[in-house]
Design a protein around this ligand. Structure first.
Ligand code: ZN
Ligand code: MN
Length: 476
């Protein structure tokens, strides 16, 4: 309680362009190693660089959704360092005229709302990826990611707890994914986070020695790393067990510890200088307004539309607008079947539980929304019962079946013939006479069992309401 943790964040987000920052190579994730490379992004001398206009537009969009000032004339700089994953020998970044300045993002934790201020957002080129093969003791380099456009969002040291950091990252993910700036998938590395962290006595005016924890890619790891590192620094101050030095540290998830990676370089070590191969770009107000006009509907606006116009609960609306993908599935499905509560219910209860079973997150579920709508309609119009509908949903996801055809071909239509159901109900009552006695002695649970037995005998296709009412009639 004596200490306060102070943190600032540097968040790298890959921009969702089709091509790289200065060449026409694809920037898509998941290609074969070194499939998406050319002389330009491999750093061959003399290759002309052509700046990707879409990347600049997405940089502007990031600025707009984070309440930032957009810089009128931007330029690029070279940050020089040697590393095998960096074929040019320098990273193209923006030191002197970053695209955005002075933004802010509002977060909410249990302690209430708080504004996190951003010092700047700059555009830069990503490096390639080293793959270490322990079996053969070799390192391989994949340059697909080299020169993929990124933005780096630099916050001021406004964070005081891991909860605030996690809330901020979730907010950024929401703002940027709904604006189509990035898919912000931490597990695929399209959103990565470095935390600058120090501790000081409460009320102190000077920050303590800070360390930087690099390249964490899950919210859970980030929270754990922050809590570990804060405690390590407090212990060092309290017991003088070790001297705190400014350094870069790495988080080891399996050990649950941070460890020293290298002593922190200063900015001068990078010998920054202007990249004279790239002309400065002027961003006129007209361009900014164009980007603003083309921004997709923000998460918060979608939330208001769902709660106020469509009458969904805040709980349901929060889940749906918590993910751009789910929100898109909701809107698209509504185009074919416009009962919002039903659509929300099918997404939240059925679609997400299947996704969870397949180890997929909200952002990874994919479904043909027209077929999704069709099966809801079949249930809603009582052509099939809800359980058959659930089975169809699985089949749409795995085998891409046509729900209507499938119901016809497999004779899955709902049985609503009262006489037929009544006959089966009576059979069940005779066959399970012991259960009937238990029910009459007051064991209500047995009722569900009897419904289940009747449904089973009817191949799972009967109208459940009819079974219920007929059973009740006979049992009373
Ligand atoms: Zn290229
Ligand atoms: Mn960076």
């Amino acid at each position: 309680m004596k200490y306060e943790v102070v943190m600032g964040l540097e968040v790298h987000v890959e921009l969702s362009t089709n091509s790289k920052l200065f060449c026409a190579c694809s920037s898509k994730f998941g290609a074969e190693p070194n499939e998406n490379v050319c002389p330009a992004c491999l750093g061959m001398p003399g290759m002309p660089a052509v700046t990707n206009k879409r990347a600049i537009e997405l940089g502007i969009a990031a600025g707009l959704v984070t309440n930032s000032e957009i810089t009128k004339t931007i330029s690029f700089d070279k940050k020089n360092y040697f590393y095998p994953d960096l074929p040019t020998g320098y990273q193209v970044t923006q030191l002197f005229a970053p695209i955005c300045k002075n933004g802010w993002v509002e977060i909410e934790t249990e302690k209430g709302k708080k504004k996190i201020t951003l010092s700047q957002i700059h555009i830069e080129a990503d490096a390639g990826k080293l793959v270490h093969d322990n079996r053969t003791d070799t390192s391989l380099i994949d340059y697909n990611r080299a020169s993929v456009p990124l933005i780096e969002i630099v916050s001021n040291p406004d964070f005081r707890s891991a909860e605030e950091v996690v809330a901020y990252l979730e907010k950024l993910r929401q703002l940027l994914s709904f604006a189509n700036v990035s898919d912000c998938k931490m597990q695929e590395g399209s959103m990565r986070c470095d935390v600058n962290i120090s501790v000081m006595e409460k009320g102190a005016t000077e920050y303590g020695v800070r360390t930087e924890i690099k390249n964490m890619n899950s919210l859970k790891a980030i929270a754990a790393a922050i809590n570990y590192e804060a405690q390590r620094q407090i212990d060092a101050l309290e017991t003088a067990s070790e001297e705190l030095v400014q350094e870069t540290r790495r988080w080891d998830d399996s050990k649950g510890q941070t460890f020293s990676m290298r002593q922190k370089e200063d900015a001068t070590d990078y010998r920054y200088f202007p990249n004279t191969e790239l002309m400065p770009i002027s961003i006129e107000d007209k361009w900014i307004e164009e980007v603003r006009a083309n921004l997709p509907e923000a998460a918060h606006d979608r939330f208001l539309r769902l709660t106020e116009k469509l009458g969904l609960s805040e709980y349901d609306s929060n889940i749906i607008t918590g993910s751009k993908n789910l929100s898109d599935i909701f809107d698209k499905t509504m185009e074919y079947f416009s009962k919002p509560k039903e659509v929300a219910n099918w997404i939240i209860v059925e679609l997400l539980s299947i996704a969870k079973g397949d180890n997929k997150g909200e952002d990874d579920v994919k479904i043909d929304c027209k077929k999704f709508a069709k099966l809801m309609e079949l249930v809603d119009s009582k052509v099939i019962n809800r359980n058959v509908g659930k089975d169809l949903l699985s089949l749409v996801l795995t085998e891409d079946i046509d729900p209507e055809k499938y119901v016809e071909e497999n004779k899955l239509g709902m049985i609503s013939d009262t006489d037929m159901i009544d006959k089966v109900v009576q059979e069940v009552l005779v066959e399970f006479s012991k259960s009937v006695e238990e029910y009459k002695e007051g064991n209500q649970k047995v009722f569900g069992f009897l419904v289940g037995q009747t449904m089973r005998k009817l191949g799972g296709k009967a109208n459940p309401q009819l079974i219920n009412s007929l059973l009740k009639k006979h049992l009373s």
